[in-house]
Design a protein around this ligand. Sequence first.
Ligand code: ATP
Ligand code: MG
Length: 337
Amino acid sequence: MLELKKKSVMFTGIQPTGSLTLGNYCGTMCSWGNLQKYYQCFFCVADLHALMSTGKKRAKYHSSKKILDMVALYLSCGVDPENNVIFVQSQIHTHSQLYWLLSNFCYFGELSRMTQFKQKSKHSQVDINLSLFCYPVLMAADILLYQTSYVSVGLDQKQHLELAQNIARRFNKLYGGIFTIPRVLINPTGFRVMALQDPQKKMSKSDANVNNTIFLLDDINIVRSKLKRSLTDSDFPAQVIYDPQRKPGVSNLLSIFSSLAEKTISQIELEFKDHQYSSFKQQLSDLVCDRISMIQKLYFSFRKDEDYLIDILKFGKKKAIHYSTENLYKVFKALDL
Ligand code: ATP
Ligand code: MG
């Protein structure tokens, strides 16, 4: 019998669509070490989600190497694999099963309103997979299968979380309190890190322009040069002030600073009141590089021991199957299946 070490469950996941980024880190990973103190955490490598966006490059992204890289990075961000569950989504059959069941409790209109679907389908009018449309339902299944109380995500996933809540409420209304209604956990800053060269769009690991993105495994000199060249704003006099409308570039850098230094934006504005952008960028660069160096040091030591990483996933698979099957069974029973 699986015993959960803590009462409330926190669920989170990242797709293996590329190398993990500073956006992923500030948006969710940086809080994992803390969250595991209070909640029973499930950390998912969301490889089924990754299938939809990789198209022809699918094999490259979906390799077991990529997945082990991610597990090593999860550990480097402080996840304790013994007291939490790290698992690969495609190894847990219950996710796809619940996905189908839940799709009967979700409307076409709701999915059509998802901002991410509208944006991603706009870019490619030709090859829009059904999965791009339906994946928020799979995400709802990922979350609801574990009776999740909290989900740690960046701001871009908030709308999908709200959909999961609606699906759960709808199901519960018809069949009783089967699902826990998950709440969204969004970090106070760094919840939407923007692309360095185009601060109107979010930083993404699958961005074609690598200069938009800081990867957690980037060479430190490359990190410095990407930050140095990041777009700031051409207003005069140049002031380090948070104003996402008028100064999206500097505001983005301020939110990264705030997230890593654990200081409020106002504290940082005050600190850099009479500074040039260059001096602000230099200190930000030191901060980012220190954190990334620390993560990389741990990463390379964890990544060396593949057997250890594989064992973690085996252990996670066992636990995730056990716990999710229990919950899926409740759904089957409610639907008289
Ligand atoms: P992709 O471009 O393939 O969608 P991604 O960088 O958006 O990759 P995901 O795997 O989709 O990464 O998201 C993993 C987690 O990281 C989610 O919680 C998401 O909200 C968060 N996240 C992603 N990008 C950012 C960002 N720029 N700022 C803050 N959080 C982010
Ligand atoms: Mg994404």
